[in-house]
Design a protein around this ligand. Structure first.
Ligand code: SAH
Ligand code: SF4
Length: 439
């Protein structure tokens, strides 16, 4: 009989990709995925700790799942991901029913560790960092038939933005060898994948830890040569490392989708300095202007934060002003959250919670107006969409994204899944577009 595996994922795309790898690895051990934790023999919670809210959400969910152990004694509950890396030891001490805690570099060892726990019956914790092992080339690829896939091209981060816990929980930056990445993408394409999103905390600095001298633009060029692959995306870029050479790729490489996610975090030079971001607002704007010159229809999205220590009304207005100047296609916006162990944790978290909330609301309202304006402008336009599968909203509809990463829902038959189609946009909403296939 197969054993049930239930995986729950929190946080970023890197975690989504890691969870897929967990599923693939445990499938080889005879597990099959179940959608109800009550049916599982192993439960994996893949966690995030980038903000306190994410960590709290995981903790309360974990508490509830641990209750399942009362009904099923041989159930194994695994805590994985960034929160596990950061607070695994103290969580294990507090939560008696937790069986296994693994850090961000231990995924490939998960099957062995689960077997060990089963054998000894004792809880286990493995948080060590490793080099070169993270990308497990020998691990099986995800099996789902989706036409889009995430491909991790590097791990960790050396930037140490003062607010950010990522360098501590994901370890130092390390790039994955190009040949390994290319082999994985070729294999994905053989399985029907048409679009890949290359993942890393700062993909712009790809290659710096490798000895073969390959740069990120050169990697993109080689990926473009893979026959059968239609689209390439990447995330995340850091403004300080966004080179001329990389920007030129948007004009030069036809498979590279015209969209860049370029977090700016704040529009105030004072705050950017305190954040250790390594660029000024003027430099950021200059890069966007350059990108738009090279590729006029490029979509620009970003991350931004409000309420960083020392952020005055004037600093916040500088953020709003930057938004007005750039007019982003979309923004991911957050309230600053103090993270233990970071440099900024030593600064006084002096912006009151209600001011953070108020600033976030103002910022999000402004962005909604900009997003709405961009979506409205697409009504009547013909856009190329990769049909990704069934829409969540309606059984009759399929869903896909434009090259600029906007979600489109439209009627389509199942034999069109995985294909590129031309869609005429008929209606705009705040979070998606509606259209009909015309070719
Ligand atoms: N490596 C990526 C993003 C990592 S975290 C980059 O450099 O862009 C994703 C986003 O979470 C960040 O861009 C930032 O906007 C937000 N974030 C990170 N730490 C945070 C904190 N302590 N409080 C609030 N938001 C945070
Ligand atoms: Fe965090 Fe900065 Fe690294 Fe992004 S670049 S992961 S925000 S330290």
């Amino acid at each position: 009989m197969t054993k049930g595996l239930y995986v729950e994922t929190y946080g970023c795309q890197m975690n989504v990709r890691d969870s897929r790898q967990i599923v693939a690895l445990l499938k080889e051990e005879g597990y099959s995925e179940v959608s109800d934790p009550k049916l599982a023999d192993v439960i994996v919670i893949n966690t995030c700790t980038v903000r306190e809210k994410a960590a709290q959400k995981v903790m309360s969910r974990l508490g509830r799942l641990l209750g399942l152990k009362k009904r099923k004694e041989d159930l194994i509950i695994v805590l994985a991901g960034c929160l596990a890396q950061q607070r695994g030891e103290s969580i294990l001490k507090r939560m008696a029913h937790l069986d296994l805690v693994i850090g961000t570099h231990q995924i490939r060892h998960l099957p062995t560790l689960i077997r060990k726990v089963r054998y000894t019956g004792a809880p286990l914790i493995e948080l060590s960092f490793s080099t070169g092992l993270y990308c497990y080339p020998e691990a099986p690829l995800p099996e789902d038939k989706e036409p889009c896939a995430f491909v991790t091209i590097m791990q960790g981060c050396n930037n140490f933005c003062t607010y950010c816990v990522v360098p501590y929980v994901r370890g130092p930056e390390e790039s994955r060898p190009a040949e390994e990445i290319l082999a994985e993408i070729r294999c994905l394409v053989e399985k029907g994948v048409r679009e890949v999103t290359l993942l890393g905390q700062n993909v712009n600095s790809y290659g710096q830890t490798l000895t073969d001298g390959i740069t990120f633009p050169q990697l993109l060029e080689r990926i473009c040569e893979i026959e059968g692959l239609e689209r390439i995306r990447f995330t995340t870029s850091h403004p300080k490392d966004l080179s001329e050479e990389l920007m030129a790729c948007f004009a030069r490489l036809p498979k590279l989708c015209p969209h860049i996610h370029l977090p700016f975090q704040s529009g105030s030079n004072k705050i950017l300095r305190l954040m250790n971001r390594g660029y000024t607002r003027e430099e950021y704007i200059e890069k966007i202007v350059h990108l738009r010159n090279i590729c006029p229809h490029i979509a620009i999205t970003a991350d931004v934060m409000v309420g960083f220590p020392g952020e005055t009304e004037e600093d916040f207005c500088a953020t709003l002003d930057l938004m007005e100047k750039i007019r982003f296609d979309n923004l991911f916006s957050f309230k600053y959250s103090r993270r233990e162990g970071t440099y900024a944790a030593n600064m006084v978290d002096d912006v009151p919670a209600e001011v953070k909330a108020e600033r976030l609301t103002i910022l999000q309202k402004k962005q909604e107006a900009h997003t709405w304006e961009k979506h409205q402008a697409l009504v009547g336009e013909k856009v190329e969409v990769l049909v990704e599968g069934r829409s969540k909203n309606s059984l009759m509809d399929a869903t896909g994204r434009t090259p600029t990463n906007k979600i489109v829902n439209f009627p389509a038959s199942e034999d069109q899944y995985g294909k590129l189609v031309t869609v005429k946009i008929t209606q705009a909403f705040l979070h998606s577009l509606r259209g009909e296939i015309i070719e």
